[in-house]
Write a protein that binds this ligand. Structure first.
Ligand SMILES: Nc1ncnc2c1ncn2[C@@H]1O[C@H](COP(=O)(O)OP(=O)(O)O)[C@@H](O)[C@H]1O
Ligand SMILES: CC(=O)N[C@@H](CCC(=O)OP(=O)(O)O)C(=O)O
Length: 312
């Protein structure tokens, strides 16, 4: 007669080992614009994040919002232009990017985490800026340097602010915007996958998890049953070279590789549309998406203050 209750207790006990293992450890979670398309998926994910924080893990959220930025630009009569997977960002575009990411999406995530019983703190130029960057210099093409406008890469992260918030039981939530180290007060638009990798590196996170709109890395992009569950960095390089990993998946996989090189233990690409995918990936052995794991781990000692990150 207690079967249902016993089954629930069994589930909790099965998760106990993982809870112990990850207690006090950092997990950086990247939320992509594709996941945010569905408010139900986003909210279920935020409940998972509140759960992680409640059991003593240290989740840190980094988010993009590419689709919402495109819609806002079109509404303002601007035509988005992409250069090598990055949005060409002039001053008018940057204004929209900053508003959509910091004032709309970030505020929404913060509000929902608080609503679900957690505590979150949105960290950006209007509150507390923690990402610092420089303009992204793309390789010269046909003798002409590729101009991306105000697009940047993160070179430093104010890690102690993030660590102190986590210690106090607060979930830091960061949009993919960096303050330009060369022009005070000016912002740079950063690809959210690379921003998440920079945060994971600076925190020497245990895990970096990308939540997106596909089950993981698929051998055939149109066939979910071809999900690849585990990959090494070398496998990933082969998949990029062979064109199996393409388009929006390239910056994610590259972010995984850079993070693993910098000492992050494991990286995951999972389906944010699947209810509780985050908990299933972390608290079960088989997981639900693709895990990319380092062959070996680097020294994890952390110097104080703002931390430079490995930029390639
Ligand atoms: N091998 C692959 N497996 C799965 N998805 C892939 C693969 N190669 C490219 N993709 C594409 O990458 C997309 C995810 O990247 P993106 O659209 O940038 O997501 P996000 O908004 O979450 O950052 C998938 O929807 C898919 O179209
Ligand atoms: C430079 C650059 O391209 N920045 C991205 C930032 C947002 C992002 O990366 O959002 P997703 O995670 O939803 O793709 C952009 O403007 O769309």
């Amino acid at each position: 007669m207690y079967e249902e209750a016993i089954r629930k207790a069994d589930v909790l006990i099965a998760a106990l080992g993982y809870m112990r293992k990850f207690h006090g450890r950092y997990t950086v979670i990247k939320l992509g614009g594709s996941v945010m398309e569905s408010p139900e998926s986003l909210q279920a994910l935020l409940v998972d994040i509140v759960f992680m924080q409640t059991v003593g893990m240290r989740p840190v959220v980094v988010h993009g919002g590419g689709k919402a930025i495109t819609v806002a630009m079109e509404k303002a009569g601007l035509t988005p232009r992409w250069v090598k997977g990055r949005r060409y960002t002039d001053d008018a575009t940057l204004e929209i990017v900053a508003r959509v990411l910091a004032e709309e999406i970030n505020a929404d995530i913060e509000r929902h985490i608080n609503k679900f019983g957690g505590r979150a703190s949105g960290l950006h130029h209007k509150t507390r800026q923690c990402l610092f960057g420089r303009r992204l210099l793309m390789p010269v093409e046909d003798g002409e340097p590729t101009d991306l406008g105000r697009v940047g890469e993160v070179v430093e992260v104010d890690a102690p602010v993030l660590e102190n918030l986590c210690l106090a039981g607060v979930v830091p939530v960061l949009p993919s915007l960096a303050e330009d180290e060369d022009e005070e007060g000016k912002l740079l638009n950063v690809n959210a996958d690379t921003a998440a990798a920079a945060v994971a590196q600076a925190l020497r996170a245990d895990k970096l998890v990308f939540l997106t709109d596909t089950p993981g890395i698929l051998r055939d992009r149109n066939e979910p049953s071809t999900l690849i569950r585990g990959l090494t960095p070398d496998d990933c390089r082969d998949l990029i070279r062979d064109g199996v990993v393409d388009k929006g998946m390239i910056p994610k996989v590259e972010a995984c590789l850079t993070s693993l090189e910098a000492g992050v233990r494991k990286t995951h690409i999972i389906d944010g549309r699947l209810r509780h995918s985050l908990l299933l990936e972390i608290f079960t052995e088989s997981g639900v998406g693709t895990e990319i794991a380092a062959d070996e781990h680097t020294d994890r000692a952390s110097p104080p203050g703002r931390r430079p990150v490995l930029v390639r």
